[in-house]
Design a protein around this ligand. Sequence first.
Ligand code: ZN
Length: 432
Amino acid sequence: MIDVTAEIDDYLHRLFPLCRSLTGEPNRKTLRIIQEIVPLSIHEVSSGTEIYDWVVPDEWTVRDACIVNSRGIRVVDFKNNNLHLMSYSVPIHSTMCWDELRSHIHKHDQLPDAIPYRTSYYQRDWGFCVTGAQYEELANETEPLTVRIDTDLKKGSLSYGEYLLPGVSNQEILISCYICHPSMANDSLSGVLLTAFLARELTKSKNRKWSYRFIFVPETIGAITYCAMNEAAMKKIDVGLVVTTVGGPGAYGYKQSFEKMHPINKLIEEVFNESKLTFVTYPFDIHGSDERQYSSQGFRINTATISRDRYYEYSFYHTSLDNLLFVSASRINSTLSLYWQLVRKLESRCIYRNRVPFCEVMLSRHDLYPATGGAQRPNNKCESDLDLVLWLLHYCDGKEDIATIARRLETPLKSLEPTLELLVAKNILEQV
Ligand code: ZN
């Protein structure tokens, strides 16, 4: 696929400053900007809507937030960095001393220069996140400090984006990313842009075998809302990808889907190996991103993630240092090419089933055996048409794709095609 580094870089700079959260206008603006890349539809679900064990929260709007000292200086200012304000902070305008303020101030224990990212979505609270130096400055103030958070939390809606791309088969592949993080680049934003450009590239490709369901949701509550609103369609999906943390400078890795032996995991490893890239394997666990929802008992979608500097793992995770210096558009583009290879593999996946699985097929009945028996001196190589027939009948079990079988046989896939066609024509193999 073409290199889209320059475009990704442009969108990174436009989208990075927006103060996204679970809900709100910056989320809608993000989705509208993504519409320039791919024509997704934007859906709204009202606050208070009950979905499974959850309720869609009130919509959060921020106008300003600061801590001002007695000399009128804004020691902490939301306008300098939106991570300074804990997400979903309730409004407050009050003057208080440091001892009273302290429990509402969060700093990073290991990274004094970083502003940590903190949220309080479901517990009505307020808070500020600061660097080590700001923390010291506040703690050393002897005079009272003025705290002002000008926010709204009221009935509105949760926004999500959806792009359905039909293929020859109506069997769908889910590709999901989350749009809810404010100014951080690797966590959330890199995945949003990769997903958008992957969708655009797939739109261009003709004769897609599978249908694709691309979704842009706030993490957790958005994915749960989406599952509830699209339950019947989501239940039919077998395989999915959650795209996140794809542009850091560190190691490539992939999180396996909940069934370790599912083909999606094998295909991802093939992509890395064919690209001669080393990678970290993260076995499935119940933590992580929206695969938690898609893997739940009601849906059981085998969902995997290819990442670069995966969430939880890098030191700048959930801090202001996960920024545009940490992430590069060219690395997002490189990871995009891995996702593209994976999609090509999914598209070219062909599976056959031997319709006569009990004992051997009587080959002579189907004109597949030499007229005179007794002359064969077989070896284990696929040197004759008969060898190909026998090996294909041995391996084509309705589960393993033909590209994998070709590799097992150390035979180019192309050279298997005439025999496959012949066996299908004779109604011995069928494509599943
Ligand atoms: Zn996160």
